[in-house]
Unconditional design. Structure first.
Length: 314
């Protein structure tokens, strides 16, 4: 069953200078990029960390959720009927946060992610770490958000995995492509990473799909990287799964599923091509196991073995 999502990433820097209307010009440019993403047929468009102020002398400007940046982007999302991810430094009462906001096609805020692992520089500014990793249901799939330094921490990716993310948007100030690959393989979701000068997509098997580097000095050209991702695809280890594909094809025919065997990595990719049947349906029907579930089961049983509660076969 096909369930594709087209995603655009905007690699750009805010308008430079200390002009009184600098923010207005930045938000106008950002709104143009939202429109461009819609023209490309995108379902979601995402911006870099602290996007409205990135690259300016005073980049850490804290706004409320009803402040100028989120308000302008809600209007753009509604006007073009597209999901928008806006990373913005926010205030929550007396608390400062480094946040990423997901806005839906109607311009409503779906949810907010607060950076779980701020840098020391952020902590020194009084930024409070987030403690949750929500995954949001959209009309095309389950989307998680994360920010910059978070990528160094396994527990952040593991929490997104536990919440069954299919796509994680990583807004950042650095590229981290190889680290995105690690998360993709272990946690079983697509990665889309964007910062001010580059954007990259990584598939479930940790392979770069596409990337774009923006030349320094914005020239008026559209700085969007766009990719269409099959979100119903799943990553499996080939142990105890490869043989079950024989049964799947015997029952449903040779075109029942797309499969790709990455023998050198001991990995399988599978996607249902049966009308009305998801890949998860086929995995359940034939007793297969996703890579993320397999690794979680081994980790759990390792703990049982260490405590003497794992049932050893005689």
């Amino acid at each position: 069953m096909s369930r594709d999502a087209t995603i655009s990433l905007v690699a750009y820097e805010a308008v430079n200078g200390e002009l009184s209307d600098r923010l207005d010009k930045t938000l106008e440019r950002m709104s143009e990029h939202v429109a461009q993403a819609k023209i490309l047929g995108s379902d979601l468009v995402a911006f870099p960390e602290i996007c409205a102020y990135l690259g300016t002398a005073k980049c850490w400007v804290f706004e409320q959720l009803d402040g100028p940046t989120i308000t302008a982007m809600r209007k753009a999302a509604r006007r073009h009927s597209i999901y928008v991810v806006i990373p913005q430094a926010t205030t929550e009462g007396a608390k400062r946060r480094n946040s990423s906001v997901l806005i839906d096609r109607d311009g409503q805020i779906v949810g907010v992610y607060h950076k779980n692992v701020p840098t020391h520089g952020e902590l020194d500014m009084g930024i409070i770490p987030g403690t949750e990793t929500p995954v949001f249901q959209t009309d095309f799939g389950r989307v998680g958000l994360t920010i910059c330094f978070d990528l160094n921490y396994w527990e952040v990716g593991a929490s997104l995995c536990a919440e069954k993310a299919e796509l994680v948007i990583w807004s950042s100030m650095w590229t981290g492509v190889r680290m995105m690959s690690r998360w993709a393989i272990e946690f079983g979701f697509y990665m889309a990473g964007v910062h001010g000068a580059a954007a990259s997509f990584v598939d479930l098997a940790g392979r770069p799909i596409s990337s774009m580097i923006r030349n320094h000095g914005w020239s008026g050209r559209c700085p969007l990287a766009t990719a269409t991702l099959p979100l119903d695809r799943r990553l499996l280890h080939h142990d105890k799964n490869a043989g079950k594909l024989v049964d799947l094809f015997a029952k449903h025919g040779p075109t029942a599923a797309f499969t790709e065997w990455l023998n050198e990595e001991c990995l399988l990719l599978i996607q249902s091509q049966l009308p009305g049947r998801s890949t998860d349906d086929l995995i359940a029907e034939f007793g297969m196991e996703s890579m993320r579930d397999y690794l979680a089961r081994v980790r759990r049983d390792r703990g049982r073995a260490l405590t003497g509660t794992y049932p050893v076969k005689q």
